[in-house]
Design a protein. Structure first.
Length: 226
């Protein structure tokens, strides 16, 4: 096995890379990281001292690749599959990279801030600010979608890999309201086999999600089949 993904099945940024791997049936080994276990934590830090997941390790090419966008770019270049995740056309690729960043910075980050504030028993004002940021992002996504199936057009790309986990968790915090295109897009993401597989693998871990009661019914710990 050449590729090892250091990740955790509950982490949304890890989901982003897993979607990309599953889209192209890229062979890899999932190196589960448990930061609560000193041995697991030490092993991961020996690979990536900054301690941020996910990280891809390519033993054949002797490369350690951090950061989700860079990982997917790397996979698209060196381990391409049937689904190109970065268009060859420069302008189209630029649009994909733009929306990849928008989902990471303007959906993932406020979503994680809300979750973090709950875990810390933090500042309600920060929660309100983050909720407002999500609503602004939702309006932008609704306008962008138009009549297209995916966020930058008719092809599934890296930007959709970023969108899937970001929207999955953010919808539990700030539900979509009067945004039919966003809702339809979200439904398509849930039905995408690559993302459906990610969610199914994550299902046993959703009991640790602090807003688990707001998850879609089939993912709630008290309703999911054992």
């Amino acid at each position: 096995m050449s590729l090892f993904l250091h990740s955790h099945p509950l982490a949304s940024f890890c989901h982003k890379v897993l979607v990309a791997l599953y889209e192209n049936a890229t062979p890899f080994e999932d190196a589960h990281v448990d930061l609560g276990n000193e041995a697991s934590k030490a092993a991961f830090l020996s690979v990536w001292p900054l301690g941020k997941m996910p990280v891809l390790r390519d033993e054949v090419r002797n490369r350690t690749v951090p950061e989700t966008t860079i990982i997917i770019e790397y996979l698209d270049r060196y381990y391409p599959g049937a689904t190109p995740l970065i268009p060859h056309d420069f302008d189209e690729a630029l649009e994909v990279r733009l929306w990849d960043r928008l989902f990471d910075l303007h959906v993932q980050e406020p979503m994680q801030q809300i979750v973090g504030e709950r875990l810390r028993g933090g500042d309600p004002a920060r929660v309100t600010q983050a909720e407002g940021a999500l609503r602004k992002a939702y309006a932008l996504i609704e306008r962008q979608l138009g009549e297209h199936a995916w966020i930058t057009g008719d092809s599934f790309t890296m930007a959709d890999c970023a969108a899937a986990p970001a929207l999955f968790y953010s919808e539990t915090l700030v539900p979509f309201a009067n945004q039919p295109k966003l809702q339809s897009y979200y439904d398509r993401l849930l039905a995408r086999p690559s993302f459906a597989r990610v969610l199914e693998e994550a299902r046993p871990y959703f009991k640790f999600y602090p807003y688990r009661e707001r998850l879609p019914a089939r993912f709630r710990p008290d309703e999911a089949a054992e």
